[in-house]
Write a protein that binds this ligand. Structure first.
Ligand code: UD1
Ligand code: CA
Length: 459
């Protein structure tokens, strides 16, 4: 059996935040989300998260995708593990991760499980030019790891050791819970250090191994905002490099923000300052121009999204959208459509080959094929209390500056004359015009202007 424990009960004081440290996002996902998602990919049998400080935030995000253990008082990483009751006495290998070390890659965790087959405890270490305040790996003359010394407790000589503890372990589960209660807090911080488990294992003749990771950034711990920004930049670069290798043109990778769960097709071009969030999918040969914001969006092939915001919505193939369009709440724009500037669709289905080129709001609406929506059309879908639907059937033509007061159905091939406010259903093939009569005053314009001029001269 394979288990995982993620420690996330600590205060994270150095973040100076009312948000739990592991809930701060990098690449659009909370730190803890990255770890849990990777563990899920590895089909770990049980994932246990130790929570304490601000635990509501973590529980609300991870919901029942993991088990929780509560550590109400944070007395150290060793003390935290003692609270994982659900794993006590279980046979198998356990990966231990710290919630504030979110960049560790799936392959590295997998490698730790494999190394775990060869020893009772495996510690992932790294050699750093500047080992900072990380715990130091102490080896004997044979080069075997014998203990980990925390920076605060280390003497001058130990502080010069450049091999550090990344805080990632794979351990025999039964031995872990056998020795955890023997950890004491006789140290500088008066905390129960998990790292003391190494010495307990070696003293009792169990096999301990330290495996070194090559990419030191991958095991970066995040304790403050500076490290958060560094981790974010690292992950962003990695994600962007991945998509460029897959054949996506990213014009300015420094200023392109793609979340880890997005998929982008070949020959698609992403212009500078684009944000692609959540679970967004983009097809091939598509162009996304600057300042677009796509969140849980599905975009097809050969489509152009110009400086637009698309949230929880879908745009299919061969479409152009924008500039400055806003599509939201399960909107679905099908193939061969053109939406122009300042068009907002909310919960709207727009069938094939229709047009909506300027300044329009369609809400709770279904539009058929080959429909033309003129400039400035508004579905009046809200009476202050309830929302109502509008249906515009195939081939209809809605002139400019019309209000469609929902609930309403505009029939097939119907024509709504420009400027009309329509509150009754329109039958197939009919034309409706709603306009006040025009009063013409012969030369009235000229008279009006002259009168105004006279008034001005008097003042
Ligand atoms: C820890 C390691 C150190 C290692 C470094 C790597 C120990 C004693 N030290 O130090 O050797 O180099 O990580 O980044 O383990 N936590 C709890 N409950 C607690 C205390 C901490 O759940 O009582 C959690 C925190 O929320 C955090 C993680 O454990 O996610 C690590 O704690 P932190 O205080 O950041 O440890 P470091 O000082 O960074
Ligand atoms: Ca830390």
């Amino acid at each position: 059996m394979k288990y995982a424990i993620v420690l996330a009960a600590g205060k994270g004081t150095r973040m100076k935040s009312s948000i739990n440290k592991v809930m701060h996002p990098i690449a659009d996902k909370p730190l803890i989300g990255h770890l849990v998602d990777r563990l899920k990919k590895l089909n770990v049998d049980q994932i246990d998260v130790v929570v304490g400080y601000q635990q509501d935030q973590i529980r609300e995000y991870l919901k029942d995708s993991v088990r929780y253990s509560e550590q109400l008082e944070q007395k150290g990483t060793g003390h935290a593990l003692l609270h994982v009751d659900s794993l006590k006495d279980k046979k198998g290998k356990t990966i231990i991760l710290y919630g504030d070390c979110p960049l560790v890659q799936t392959e590295t965790i997998q490698m730790m499980f494999e190394e775990g087959e060869k020893a009772d405890l495996v510690v992932l270490s790294a050699k750093l030019e500047d080992p900072g305040v990380y715990g130091r790996i102490v080896r004997n003359s044979l080069g075997e790891i014998i203990r980990i010394v925390e920076f605060k407790d280390a003497n001058q000589e130990q502080r010069r050791i450049s091999e550090i503890n990344t805080g990632i372990y794979c351990v025999d589960n039964e031995l872990l819970f056998k020795y955890l209660p023997q950890i004491t807090n006789h140290n500088h911080s008066q905390e129960y250090y998990l790292t003391d488990i190494v010495e307990l294992f070696t003293n009792n003749g169990h096999k301990v191994k330290a495996v070194r990771v090559d990419d030191i950034d991958e095991v970066m711990g995040i304790n403050d905002r500076k490290q958060l920004a560094k981790a974010d930049a690292w992950l962003k670069e990695r994600i962007n490099n991945h998509w460029m290798r897959e054949g996506v043109t990213i014009v300015d990778p420094q200023n392109t923000y793609i979340s880890e769960d997005c998929v982008i097709g070949q020959d698609t071009t992403i212009h500078p300052n684009v944000v692609i969030k959540g679970k967004t999918t983009i097809g091939t040969n598509t162009i996304i121009t600057s300042n677009s914001w796509l969140e849980n969006a599905t975009i097809g092939d050969n489509t152009k999204i110009e400086s637009s915001k698309i949230i929880d919505s879908r745009v299919d193939n061969n479409c152009t959208v924008g500039p400055f369009a806003h599509l939201r709440m399960s909107t679905h724009v099908m193939d061969d459509n053109r939406l122009g500037n300042f068009v907002e669709f909310k919960n709207t289905i727009f069938h094939k080959n229709s047009r909506c080129a300027h300044l329009t709001y369609l809400g709770d609406c279904e539009v058929g094929e080959d429909v033309n929506i003129g400039c400035g059309v508004v579905t009046v879908n809200y009476d202050g209390k309830n929302k109502y639907r509008t249906e515009i059937k195939d081939g209809a033509f809605v002139g400019s500056n019309c209000n469609l007061i929902a609930p309403i159905v505009i029939g097939k091939n119907a024509v709504i004359a420009a400027g009309s406010t329509i509150s009754k259903n329109v039958l197939d093939n009919d034309m409706v015009i709603e306009r006040a009569d025009v009063i013409t005053k012969k030369e009235g314009g000229l008279k009006y202007k002259n009168k105004k001029k006279l008034e001005g001269d008097k003042k």
